[in-house]
Design a binder for this molecule. Structure first.
Ligand SMILES: O=C(O)CCC(=O)C(=O)O
Length: 324
């Protein structure tokens, strides 16, 4: 639960980090599920290509790093709890809606904190990711996928559609392994949430605020947020942030980023499914069944296959002069 001082920090600085919110068992269940996905990928690729070194006996995440290195492929979509944006998602595109992730999304202690910030009627917003950030030295050449690499300066408001500009969308970011400057933790600009939404430009890693705009902002210097598993960052949707590269030799930086908003408000990604995580007014509306959550994503897949308009996902058009 957030204290008054912590809530004050969120309001004044645009973010607050709380330690020991998520029990170890919840985190180890997720790591176990992610590890099983990693092992099944290694084994599947080994079947296809017997000359591959499956690195038997090593831990699942070391095997995943080794697999990427050997095949030059990125496997992030197998772990992520969201579909790729702006495309008609084919039947064979994987998504990870395992029960351990649902347990995290709906965890009581987490929702207690969220409730202090956005109130008691809480919807789980579908802008959410599982990120397994690869060591920079092992990234296949020319890969710019932000689920496995660095994330440029942005405001989360900039990656949702404009219909959600008035929505009170809260970002929640949580490491499942230690997030340090070396392993690629987040960096935030304190008080930057007092800015309006800035123009973002399209770059290979996604939407970004140009570096020259960041340097011209003045105000507080950026603050790296080193965090341990169990801790949680709560961040305002206009707080400017980015993440460092993972400069460890052989460790994945694994994290979840989630969003919550008051029930009934636009999510900024309307073709993806939201659900009621907590309602003090109408508790029977709360989703408690992880299988049902998984079904919601499969229903979304069918909706996306029926047709996707880029404006359902992307708020910024072609690059203008500012982005050149
Ligand atoms: O996890 C990261 O490296 C970046 C996450 C992020 O920028 C976000 O959740 O908005």
């Amino acid at each position: 639960m957030l204290t008054d001082a912590q809530l004050g920090q969120f309001q004044d600085e645009g973010y607050v980090v709380l330690s020991d919110v998520i029990p170890e068992a919840i985190i180890s269940d997720i790591l176990q599920e992610l590890g099983e996905i990693a092992v099944s990928l290694v084994e599947r690729e080994k079947e296809r290509k017997p000359t591959l070194d499956a690195m038997a006996g090593r831990d699942p995440f070391a095997r995943l790093i080794g697999l990427s290195g050997q095949t030059g492929k990125i496997y992030s979509q197998y772990f992520d709890m969201s579909f790729p944006t702006g495309v008609a998602v084919a039947d064979d595109v994987p998504i990870n809606t395992g029960p351990s992730l649902f347990a995290f999304l709906t965890h009581t202690a987490l929702l207690d904190c969220v409730e202090r910030i956005i109130g008691p009627e809480i919807s789980s917003n579908p802008v959410q990711h599982v990120r397994l950030k690869l060591p920079e030295g092992t990234l296949p050449e020319n890969v710019t996928n932000s689920l496995v690499g660095t994330v440029p300066w942005h405001q989360d408001n900039g990656v949702t559609t404009a219909d959600a500009d008035e929505a009170n969308i809260l970002t929640v970011w949580a490491p499942l392994t230690p997030a340090t400057i070396e392993s690629g933790c987040l960096e935030v600009i304190p008080r930057s949430h007092r800015q309006d939404l800035l123009r973002h430009c399209s770059c290979p890693e996604g939407y970004a605020i140009p570096k020259r705009v960041i340097s011209s902002l003045g105000g507080s210097p950026a603050t790296p947020l080193e965090m341990q598993p169990g801790s949680v960052l709560f961040m305002h949707k206009r707080t400017i942030h980015s993440s460092f590269p993972n400069q460890t030799a052989d460790q994945l930086r694994i994290s979840l980023d989630l969003r919550y908003n008051p029930i009934g408000q636009a999510t900024g990604r309307s073709l993806f499914p939201d659900f009621v995580a907590r309602s003090r007014r109408d508790p029977e509306l709360e989703l408690r069944d992880p299988a049902r959550w998984s079904e919601l994503w499969q229903t979304a897949r069918r909706r996306l296959q029926a047709g996707v308009d880029p404006s359902d996902f992307f708020r910024w058009g072609a690059n203008d002069e500012m982005c050149a």
